[in-house]
Ligand binder design. Structure first.
Ligand code: SF4
Length: 291
């Protein structure tokens, strides 16, 4: 059985930078004041645990404003997924020291939405309900943005005649699903201004996984169930690569029964997955082969 290491995989620039910021702030301020991350800094349990062990506390509430109520003093770190400006203002008003670890690619979508709304557009935002990234973007101008998830949602949009319309999206969605939703919106609203903001890291990892799926029997994706981009890797391998795909958080979760009768196993990893975990999964699959 051969393990095919799909490239690129694993950490993206946004995750590397967010971890660097949180570690630096924890080391510099952790001895003198509480340092708290408002939600998982990046969607990976191992990264989060390591930060907690280094003295950065975690407050996990799907509603970031409610989470902020639990941060009484010190420094609050906003996560790589971005944050609503209203939460930033509330943190500053309470006298907290604010550190923003938002990925620059997410910040770019915030800037796009802010500029479009200032120009009088209504913005359709394609994203996953309940994920922190859409919550942060929609917080910019809730009355001028509409969150949609599916083609059916695109069909259901009703807006007053003459509304200037634009569309943008969460950075970690399926490239293909998002394109299909955008195409439907363009059919319905030919003048819509399109800003496809799926980040390069997401796009490259999905395209590499789908391409590799042609030459392997199945793909194992190393990543957390919380991680949008890891879940999307599983989805695109199944739907676009037409091969089985399995998500594992650690090597312990690899099931030898998946590989019965197979000779080539692809391995990739989500953008928030530590390299060490992926190495352990590859080693576990290779060890199964020897038994
Ligand atoms: S997946 Fe994309 S948007 Fe998310 S942190 Fe990485 S580079 Fe930034």
């Amino acid at each position: 059985m051969e393990v095919v290491r799909i490239t690129p995989r694993g950490y993206c620039h946004g995750v590397v930078e967010a971890i660097r910021i949180a570690k630096r702030v924890g080391a510099e301020r952790g001895g003198s004041e509480p340092v708290t991350m408002l939600g998982y800094l990046v969607h990976n349990e191992h990264v989060t645990r390591e930060l907690q062990e280094s003295g950065v506390a975690l407050v996990e509430e799907s509603d970031r404003m409610k989470g902020l109520d639990q941060v009484r003093e010190g420094t609050v770190i906003f996560t790589a997924h971005g944050i609503s400006p209203k939460v930033v203002e509330a943190a500053q008003a309470r006298g907290l020291n604010v550190v923003d670890a938002t990925c620059s690619d997410v910040t770019r979508t915030h800037d796009i939405v802010r500029n479009l709304v200032e120009q009088g557009y209504h913005v359709v935002y394609i994203g996953k309900r309940g994920h922190p990234e859409p919550a942060g973007v929609l917080g910019i101008a809730p009355e001028h943005t509409t969150l949609i998830e599916t083609i059916d949602d695109a069909d259901a949009i009703e807006l007053p005649p003459g509304t200037r319309l634009a569309v943008t999206c969460q950075t970690t969605l399926s490239v293909w699903d998002t394109q299909a939703i955008i195409e439907r919106l363009v059919q319905r609203f030919p003048d819509i201004e399109v800003h496809n903001e799926i980040c390069l890291a997401t796009q490259e990892r999905q395209e590499a996984a789908v391409l590799a799926a042609k030459d392997v029997d199945c793909v194992v994706v190393v990543g957390s169930r919380r991680s949008s981009n890891s879940l999307r890797l599983v989805q695109v391998v199944q739907e676009k690569g037409s091969k089985p795909a399995y998500l594992v958080d650690t090597a312990d979760e690899v099931d030898p029964a998946w590989f019965r009768g197979m000779s080539r196993i692809g391995v990739t990893a989500g953008a928030s997955t530590p390299t060490q975990l992926t190495r352990q999964v590859i080693a576990a699959i290779e060890a199964m082969d020897q038994n």
